[in-house]
Design a binder for this molecule. Structure first.
Ligand SMILES: [Zn+2]
Length: 129
């Protein structure tokens, strides 16, 4: 079983570099300010090709969650969780909730992003706010 690996598309490198700096940055459209994820060559709202990478606030709300009881990668021993977070800027990202999990449903809980070293790279995780 291998470690997980980042998926590197044509437009992903600046995002992974921003995580190495512990400040997640996403593309922000120069023409309509839409913040998008995953990285893409054009804005899905106005089709502009002009965008800049801007750091996100690092806050958001859990919109879905799951606990995996089967191990898929050597660097994620089961059980481990995965959460979908709607960042305050709008995009939904997938990350892992660290710390004591909430009682009952996790949906609607506020989080803040943190960063950790994982399998030779820096990646984000979430902590309950
Ligand atoms: Zn746009």
């Amino acid at each position: 079983m291998d470690n997980s690996q980042p998926v590197m598309g044509f437009y992903d490198t600046p995002m992974w570099q921003s995580m190495e700096d512990c400040k997640l940055a996403l593309q922000s459209c120069d023409d309509c300010s839409h913040v998008r994820y995953p990285p893409a060559p054009v804005c899905p709202v106005c089709l502009s090709e002009h965008a800049n990478w801007k750091p996100v606030a690092g806050t958001g709300t859990i919109v879905s969650w799951v606990v995996f009881h089967r191990q898929y990668f050597s660097d994620f021993p089961a059980p481990y969780n995965s959460i979908a977070v709607r960042l305050d800027e709008g995009p939904i990202i997938i990350t892992q909730l660290f710390g004591t999990p909430p009682e009952g449903s996790w949906i609607g809980r506020r989080i803040v992003l943190g960063y950790d070293e994982h399998a030779g790279r820096t990646q984000h995780h979430a902590l309950l706010a």
